[in-house]
Design a protein around this ligand. Structure first.
Ligand SMILES: *[C@@H]1O[C@H](CO)[C@@H](O)[C@H](O)[C@H]1NC(C)=O
Ligand SMILES: *[C@@H]1O[C@H](CO)[C@@H](O)[C@H](O)[C@H]1NC(C)=O
Ligand SMILES: *[C@@H]1O[C@H](CO)[C@@H](O)[C@H](O)[C@H]1NC(C)=O
Length: 339
């Protein structure tokens, strides 16, 4: 069967020697690789201004419209994601009868559902031709039932919000009385495992996976990249179609693309590590004002022609992991870390 040491005329001693040698070499390269990662993962001391934070998009309900970005208001950035007065990014989501998440991929008009913040922990949710729906995070029905669902292949538990929400969302999205259930994210910290797409990213940490986000809790976009895309499109698109949390306006003559930004600081406190480029799904093809998908498959079709590199989907923007919590607000200066 397998070669024995005697048939190859190699003494057991030699074999042990080779084995030990390999183990030492392997151990040394493993050690060096990890020292290298530690070096790359150490927070920089020097920061260079690259632009300003133009707009902040907080999406209370996955796949629905963001809160209005009010100038001057501060958003908290912590490990679970962005929040403002008890309203947190992507902590509400819709599930179908099989506990599968329901998004604008299948139901583009979900983007017309708009939450307004009315108080701490309180939202008014509106949609065309629907009565207003009030949601208070402090008084959500908690029947103690966890539903198991998954996001991008990563399992996660969610809690039901209550029947009146199910009815309202089913009515608007499916035009039926039932079929959908609104769930909320009940945990004080990120519990999702890293999704398959990001599993091999060396700087990605489990806690970067956020709440009901597809990949990570934070996503940054360079608005000039959208301007550049728009020069190639017949019908220009709004940056919001890409659903980035942070929209950055870069200073002129900035020679680096955000693809190369390893560390980003916004304002004085909040520091982020780039953990992955952002690959796009089909949702950016849905117009936020009409809730309709582009019939010609734009802007993804054009992006695919020049922003795919070696990925199957085009790349735009970057995924960030929080490395130092802090507050951010519109017009904050954005810095890139230098070693
Ligand atoms: C739920 O699963 C069943 C069985 O696989 C399937 O027939 C049904 O269409 C699914 N429902 C939805 C909304 O996808
Ligand atoms: C922003 O995007 C533009 C257009 O793609 C690019 O030329 C510029 O280098 C980018 N800036 C940064 C800082 O990423
Ligand atoms: C794409 O893959 C080819 C072959 O593996 C490689 O030579 C090239 O550098 C890659 N390009 C990018 C942009 O990663």
């Amino acid at each position: 069967m397998a070669y024995s040491s005697s048939s190859l005329d190699i003494s057991p001693k030699t074999l042990i020697g080779v084995g030990v040698g390999l183990a030492v070499a392997g151990g040394a390269s493993y050690f060096l690789y990890h020292r290298y990662l530690q070096y790359r993962d150490a927070m920089p001391q020097k920061w260079r201004r690259v632009g300003t934070l133009q707009r902040i998009n907080l999406f209370p309900i996955k796949s629905c419209a963001p809160l209005d970005s009010t100038p001057g208001r501060e958003y908290d950035c912590d490990v679970l994601g962005m929040s403002i007065d008890g309203i947190r990014d992507r902590t509400l989501m819709l599930l179908d009868e099989n506990n599968t998440m329901v998004t604008a991929r299948g139901y583009p008009h979900m983007k017309l559902i708009k939450p307004w913040q009315v108080s701490d922990n309180g939202l008014i949710i509106t949609a065309p031709e629907m009565p207003e729906l009030e949601l208070d995070f402090k008084n959500l029905e908690s029947p103690g039932q966890d539903l198991r669902t998954s996001i991008s292949g990563a399992p996660v538990d969610a809690k039901l919000c209550g029947d009146r929400f199910n009815k309202w969302f089913s009515q608007f999205i499916l035009e039926k009385n039932t079929g959908l259930r609104l769930v909320h994210y009940p945990y004080p910290k990120p519990v999702k495992i890293i999704c398959d797409d990001l599993k091999n990213m060396p700087f990605m940490r489990q806690e970067d996976s956020g709440t009901f986000n597809d990949g990570t809790s934070y996503m940054l976009m360079n608005l000039s990249s959208v301007d550049d895309l728009n020069t190639r499109l017949k019908n220009p698109v709004e940056p919001l179609q890409f659903r980035g949390g942070f929209e950055i306006k870069c200073d002129e003559h900035e020679p680096y693309a955000e693809d190369n930004w390893q560390w980003v600081r916004i304002g004085d406190e909040a520091v982020f590590r780039q953990v992955a480029p952002r690959t796009l799904c089909i949702v950016p093809n849905v117009n936020d004002n009409t809730g309709k998908r582009d019939v010609e498959g734009e802007p993804l079709k054009t992006l695919k022609s020049y922003r795919t590199f070696n990925h199957s989907s085009p790349l735009l923007g970057i995924h960030l992991g929080l490395r130092q919590p802090g507050k951010v607000k519109a017009n904050d200066v954005v810095y890139v870390g230098e070693k």
